[in-house]
Design a protein. Structure first.
Length: 563
């Protein structure tokens, strides 16, 4: 990705790093991407991945992949593997620097004992509910626990007994002794360890006490020698706590820098909410193409190049904002337009019979694979007397500015002939149009008339005798509102779930797609960009719509409505 360097916009983070290198605070750059293995990565994580790996690359440094696996109740090796797969797919490599917070459990325990001995941590018997109540509010100071002033000896004994599994879950915790009156609630004696009688996916049954995220995170950065800990804004209020721990222990102190997390319209980027969509059956899994997960976007047909470009272009900021999902789709279209070969597919077929075309005749039309990249060459597409066109490309009574096929009207069949509609066949029971009778001009092979006459429209088509049936899944936004949390009282975000976010149609596609493999991407001409789904088999082709051809963001840019 070194060639992308000139495209990366400078940000306030670059200014901070430059100053740290200039003043000698650090003589290198070491970043990390620290996901919790309790779900799949989403597009917001992609922004962090691109940022952290990109900064390391720009400054000749390294970026670690570290799993902050401190909660055995929610974590699973399956999530670990999915995260590694997604990071690699985006184009990044952490080399030998794959770490886990669980690698440091012994060291974290020793450091906790050190703080207890220094009178900076204590075992508390308050229940979780009591701890929350004693904590106070933004306007009221907290109340000290009655167990706060236990002796060092008692705290050491109780903490060791916690480790040996002598107490039930929820009965005791280890807390840092900081300041219950601090205006920063994170400094009001935060919990460092809790009792969880559940095996860990890497350490098994060795531990029954587990460090909290706040206790493990900063120290893990320190152990790994991280210089710049890039976090999202919700961790800004946690920074004084991380600083307190590191200073109290007297260990290597990374610099924490916060940036605004990514928010997209018409979707949610909360693992808790995404998990609900999966567990409650709103979607078919974490990799459902409607999901904003990297796995879902990959299955839908997004390219890693498009996602990286999007993440680079939106940059990083110090304040939260919401990005229009149309911008992400814009970068997907731009990328696929250059790489996706064109194919013919008819999603809502209407039968066309060319009356003056010989019944047994079959021609092969030369079709360009990609007009944006002529090096992709051409392909042969069979043409015969009976075709399918899109039902929307015909109107028996055409409205104003409808230039496609209608009775008596002539149109161009792409790469083939000019045809004219001479008759309409309807279902006698319903009155629905079921077939068009047309004629063709043999002198117009290739789609142009030698006499120079012009036709107002060009249609795509497939030969009925040669077309293959395919299941096409048409995806729309997951939610009906730009802000899914915009709900009435008593509702939650699921009230705005889009019941039409998936429509499945039976289509006809050109025969060259018989050899398409899962993950292959195409532009169905005049329809949109599509990707072969993993469910696809030689017996049953399945395509996912990646994105439509309509680019609202490009239109806004052209009109000057986007800066």
């Amino acid at each position: 990705m070194a060639g992308d360097e000139e495209k990366r916009p400078r940000t306030f983070i670059h200014d901070i790093i430059d100053e740290d290198l200039r003043t000698g605070r650090f003589d290198r750059v070491q970043t990390r991407f620290p996901p919790e293995p309790n779900g799949y990565l989403h597009i917001g994580h992609a922004k962090s991945i691109v940022l952290n790996f990109g900064l390391a690359e720009q400054y000749g440094g390294k970026c670690n992949l570290r799993f902050d696996d401190t909660n055995p109740l929610t974590e699973d090796p399956h999530y670990v593997e999915s995260i590694k797969r997604d990071v690699r797919w985006l184009g990044f490599d952490w080399g030998e620097r794959e770490y886990y917070a669980s690698d440091y459990f012994d060291q974290l325990y020793e450091w906790a004992v050190q703080l207890i001995k220094e009178g900076k941590a204590y075992v508390d018997d308050l229940s979780p509910e009591e701890i929350r109540r004693y904590r106070g509010t933004l306007t009221e100071p907290g109340i000290e626990s009655p167990y706060r002033n236990r002796s060092v000896e008692e705290n050491l004994e109780l903490f060791e007994r916690m480790r040996r599994g002598e107490f039930p879950e929820g009965s005791r915790v280890l807390r840092a002794k900081i300041d219950m009156k601090s205006p920063n609630l994170n400094l009001r004696d935060p919990v460092m360890y809790r009792i969880i009688h559940h095996p860990h996916h890497r350490t098994g049954n060795k531990w029954c006490i587990y460090p909290t995220y706040d206790w493990a995170h900063g120290q893990s950065d320190s152990i790994e020698g991280i210089t710049h800990s890039i976090c999202t804004l919700e961790f800004e209020d946690h920074r004084p706590l991380y600083d307190w721990f590191l200073d109290a222990l007297g260990v290597h102190h990374p610099r924490q820098i916060e940036f605004a997390r990514l928010e997209l319209t018409y979707t949610v980027l909360s693992k808790r909410k995404l998990r609900r969509l999966v567990e409650e059956g709103y979607v078919r899994g974490w990799d459902d193409p409607r999901m904003p997960t990297i796995a879902g976007m990959r299955r839908r047909g997004y390219t890693p190049e498009a996602i990286r470009e999007f993440c680079e272009r939106i940059g990083v900021a110090k304040s939260n904002s919401v990005v229009d999902i149309a911008l992400l789709e814009h970068y997907v279209r731009q990328d696929l337009n250059k790489r996706a070969p064109r194919r013919f597919a008819v999603l809502s077929p209407l039968r066309v019979v060319i009356e003056n075309y010989p019944e047994e005749r079959v021609e092969e039309m030369d079709c360009i694979n990609n007009p944006e990249d002529l090096s992709q060459g051409t392909r042969k597409v069979p043409f015969s007397r009976v075709l399918y066109i899109e039902r929307d490309d015909f109107r028996e009574v055409p409205p104003k500015k409808f230039y496609r096929l209608a009775p008596g009207r002539e149109v161009r069949l792409r790469y083939a002939y000019l045809i004219r509609c001479v008759d309409v066949v309807k279902d006698p029971a319903t009155g629905e149009v079921v077939e068009l009778r047309c004629t063709y001009d043999p002198a117009t092979r290739g789609g142009d008339a030698p006499d120079g006459r012009k036709v107002p429209a060009t249609l795509h088509w497939v030969s009925a005798a040669h077309a293959m049936k395919a299941e096409v899944r048409l995806y729309d936004y997951l939610f009906t509102k730009p802000d899914p949390d915009d709900v009435e009282e008593g509702q939650d975000f699921t009230a705005n779930f889009n019941p039409r976010s998936l429509e499945i149609v039976e289509a006809f596609v050109e025969p060259s797609l018989a050899n398409a493999k899962p993950g292959d991407r195409f532009q169905f001409e005049r329809v949109g960009y599509f990707c072969v789904d993993p469910d696809s088999t030689p017996e049953k082709l399945v395509f996912n719509r990646t994105v439509t051809l309509k680019d609202t963001w490009a239109k806004l840019e052209k009109s000057g409505k986007v800066e």
